[in-house]
Design a protein around this ligand. Structure first.
Ligand code: PMV
Length: 318
């Protein structure tokens, strides 16, 4: 006798900050991400008609012929369900991090939903990690929002911790010597990642050698950061993050507001500060330690910025 199919299942996933390497990662360079402890949660149940609730907004799947005119979340959900060959279901997902701020909110939603659907179908997730089909489903969701997503956001949403990521090889845990502590401030509304990635591509078309020089410098920073993070050289890592910010300014993805928030953090004693994610608005991340964290958070808080913190415990590599 076969067991009756599951009626309800849930999934969760993490948000993230990129410590070094955004944008260059789209062109094949490595990047380093640190997952947040918060992210997204999803619950799915079998139903007669497929629908998606994101917070209090409901999206109902219509006929396939209408798919191209559906709102983005619905198109993304359709792509995710197709990848998993899912039955009709009702899904509810919610975020515990700001959306559209470079903290990987859409990827966290995609992974949480894919995990929940996978659970409903009785597909095993190994030690809390998604099977490959779940990662692919989350990336199919993410690509609807981002166009040419590198996959770093979905990898961080899935695995948590501190990660080394390349497009070619995916994610691997990064060795962290001592704990690594960051403060994050939400500075201003972000612009879509798709638009920022396209803006960098346009810059590269107009000025290939200048843009590639910047990308090469980012790549060199990330490559060196691997040893620096393993070797507890926090002051050096901070300097490298600030250098990465300057390179992102040269790529045209920073804003006066993001530059100002980095400056406030550095003046308050942060070891380094940079924008995180696609830029054009959103968040900045500052490397802090026990002696500097409170001053950095106060400097941002006094100016009305919403802040959060993340810590990577000491960890070995894969
Ligand atoms: O979606 P965001 O803002 O976290 O940016 C992701 C990082 C990018 O390198 C800009 C894009 C990508 O897909 O890697």
């Amino acid at each position: 006798m076969s067991a009756s199919p599951r009626q309800v299942a849930s999934g969760q996933a993490f948000g993230k900050v990129i410590l070094l390497g955004e944008h260059a990662v789209v062109y094949g360079s490595p990047a380093i991400a640190l997952a947040l402890t918060r992210g997204a949660e999803a619950e799915v149940r079998r139903s007669e008609r497929t629908s998606l609730w994101l917070g209090s907004s409901e999206y109902r799947i219509g006929p396939a012929a209408m798919a191209d005119s559906e709102p983005l979340p619905l198109r993304a959900f359709r792509a995710l369900l197709e990848e998993l060959d899912a039955p009709e279901l009702e899904a509810r997902a919610a975020l515990a991090i700001p959306a559209g701020a470079g903290l990987g909110a859409s990827a966290a939603l995609g992974v949480a939903l894919a995990r929940a659907v996978s659970g409903l179908l009785g597909r095993a997730t190994l030690e809390g990690r998604c099977a490959g089909s779940v990662a692919r489903a989350a990336l199919a969701w993410e690509n609807v929002f981002h166009g040419n997503a590198s996959g770093i956001d979905t990898a961080a949403a899935e695995h948590g911790g501190c990660l080394w990521f390349t497009r070619a090889a995916g994610a691997a845990p990064l060795a962290v010597g001592g704990s690594l502590r960051v403060a994050v401030a939400s500075v201003e509304p972000g612009v879509s990642t798709r638009r920022m990635v396209e803006a960098v591509a346009e810059r590269r078309r107009k000025d290939p050698s200048g843009t590639d020089r910047v990308m090469d410098s980012i790549q060199a920073l990330v490559a060196r950061a691997r040893e620096v993070i393993a070797g507890r050289e926090r002051a050096e890592l901070g300097r490298m993050m600030t250098q990465n910010h300057e390179l992102l300014v040269r790529l045209g993805v920073s804003t006066p507001g993001l530059n100002q928030a980095c400056e406030w953090a550095l003046r308050a004693g942060a070891l380094g500060a940079k924008l995180t994610g696609a830029g054009g608005g959103g968040c900045v991340v500052a490397l802090v330690d026990d002696a500097t964290r409170a001053a950095v958070l106060d400097a941002w808080g006094e100016r009305g910025l919403v802040c959060l913190e993340a810590t990577a415990p000491e960890q070995g590599s894969a």
